[in-house]
Write a protein that binds this ligand. Sequence first.
Ligand code: GAR
Length: 216
Amino acid sequence: MKKIVVLISGSGSNLEAIIESCAAKKINGRVIQVISNNPDAYGLTRASKFNIPSRIIDHKKFPSRIDFENSLEEFLDMLSPDLIVLAGFMRILGTKITSKFSNKMINLHPSLLPIYPGLHTHEKVLENKDPHHGISIHYVSSELDAGPLIAQGFIDIGKDETLKNMIKRIHKIEHLLLPEIINEICNENIYLDNNEVKYRNINLHNHKLIKRSYEI
Ligand code: GAR
């Protein structure tokens, strides 16, 4: 069974979706460790509810970004995970750590990349009256929210959509698509080869990556 480490900074609803999918055997793996850079992250409470070990590596306690990342890298090395999932992890990671784990570190981002990397993606969708919104799951590179795309989930946005409702809908599709993609990676049906995402036994329906539309 594959060893999964999940990095969080906040609520951890995606962490919980991953843990529950592992328990339900919908993911061929198990979460061996949760790491949070935020000592107050509610995800830490969720981890303890499921008896998953958690470790706080608080970036504020380090003199520089590289010191924080070196400590994170050292701990990840010790854990020797098969997959590292950034699920609501709100720190940008530099070249040294991202290149070391490039073929086993994935990130969940709440927009249809390449549009809206960074923060406030939901607000931007509403401001620009976009007809669609969605999520992206990608391998991590040192460039923010720009590593090779694995999968995207889409929702339609009506003209009366509210921010609160839209965020709720985005979370729902994250909780469906992220565990599914993690399982495919655990089963080696998705992997990175020469910085290119490869798929096995997955029908891409003529797309270059997994694209899912949700009526939620
Ligand atoms: C999720 O919506 C995720 O897409 C987003 O943070 C939220 C975390 O929710 N990630 C980013 O914005 C990363 N740039 P959660 O803590 O409830 O899983």
